[in-house]
Design a protein around this ligand. Structure first.
Ligand SMILES: Cc1cc2nc3c(=O)[nH]c(=O)nc-3n(C[C@H](O)[C@H](O)[C@H](O)COP(=O)(O)OP(=O)(O)OC[C@H]3O[C@@H](n4cnc5c(N)ncnc54)[C@H](O)[C@@H]3O)c2cc1C
Length: 287
């Protein structure tokens, strides 16, 4: 097996262009498990850990750009104020060791329907920045990135450079159901993001369909009927929101849970996260 070790982004893109079958390696918390369990035996590994620019993040123009090599620990410790939904999700990933190595870029590269980054990225309207030596930069909205189970819009010669997440314009929440409280793959998960200025609510559903996905009908319901100046959230509207979120899911029965349980859990999480976010919105309005 070849082991490619570029030290610059340009070198990494050149290596991927010359050897598209090379498997990128960031934190290795997915890739090394697969290699150790002989799930795959790639002809080459493309180690990106020496590419310094991938470990950078910045905030400018109302947007937070998070390099593909930024570990969850940094998202939790440094980005909670600017992308709170993603930081909440990052806090639930694995253990301190996994959060120290694992990255949002790797979560996107793996494109598992159960990846915890995906619901908050969908809810916030994030954009994935990918690049290839010969094709240049492509900006892919999160809603168009996930194509199937562990399949994404990334082309064989492309690498993920960063994810661009709008700086939160309002409250955001992430909720995850697992078979225990920590070190657990989501049975299902849900994220909500409020944008009071645009009067929109974004959603993201995880581990309850072949891909992470938005609940568009539920978003449209709130765009039509949510009274942003009301003193309280109408409980019947929140309940309808929950039901429409569940309707957007298409779960299966598997070792972690049944489809019926997942539908119920998505409905409950959607209602609850909307209520938590709304209460924060009320608090900010009053302040
Ligand atoms: C014990 C344990 C617990 C875990 N718990 C969770 C959890 O709670 N929630 C969760 O979501 N995940 C969990 N995971 C899975 C894993 O940690 C995450 O998916 C993590 O985000 C992967 O990031 P990484 O940097 O380690 O990726 P890697 O393993 O390096 O790569 C993952 C995939 O992305 C590709 N890739 C990496 N970087 C790039 C790039 N720049 N461009 C293109 N492709 C790229 C790789 O080729 C590979 O296909 C867990 C894993 C373990 C071992």
């Amino acid at each position: 097996m070849d082991f490619l070790r570029p030290t610059t982004w340009a070198e990494a893109l050149a290596a991927k262009a010359d050897q598209p079958e090379a498997v990128p390696l960031q934190g290795g918390t997915d890739v090394m498990v697969e290699i150790n369990f002989a799930v795959r035996r790639p002809p080459a590994l493309l180690d990106l850990t020496r590419v310094a620019e991938l470990r950078e993040w910045s905030v400018a123009g109302g947007e937070c750009t998070i390099g593909a090599g930024v570990p969850y620990r940094v998202v939790v410790e440094e980005l909670g104020g600017v992308v709170p939904g993603l930081a909440q999700a990052a806090r639930t990933v694995g253990s301190p060791q996994i959060r120290n190595r694992g990255t949002v870029g790797g979560n996107l590269g793996a494109a598992s329907p159960a990846g915890d980054s995906h619901p908050p990225l969908l809810a916030a309207g994030a954009v994935i920045e990918v690049e290839s030596r010969d094709g240049g930069v492509r900006l892919i909205p999160a809603a168009e990135f996930y194509l199937g189970v562990k399949r994404s819009a990334l082309r064989p010669d492309e690498l993920i450079r960063a994810v661009r997440v709008p700086s939160a314009p309002g409250p955001q929440y992430f909720s995850k159901v697992g078979t225990r409280n920590a070190m657990v793959i989501a049975v299902c998960s849900f994220a909500v993001a409020l944008d009071p200025a645009r009067r929109r609510v974004g959603t993201g559903i995880g581990s309850a369909a072949p891909t992470p996905r938005r609940a568009e009908e539920a978003e449209d319901l709130l765009a039509r009927e949510l009274d942003w100046d009301a003193p309280a959230l109408d409980p019947s509207l929140a309940a309808r929101f929950g039901r429409l979120c569940a309707r957007a899911a298409a779960p299966i029965d598997d070792v972690r849970g049944t489809a019926a349980y997942r539908l119920h859990a998505v409905e409950v999480m959607a209602r609850r996260t909307l209520t938590w976010a709304w209460n924060d919105h009320l608090g900010r309005r009053a302040a």
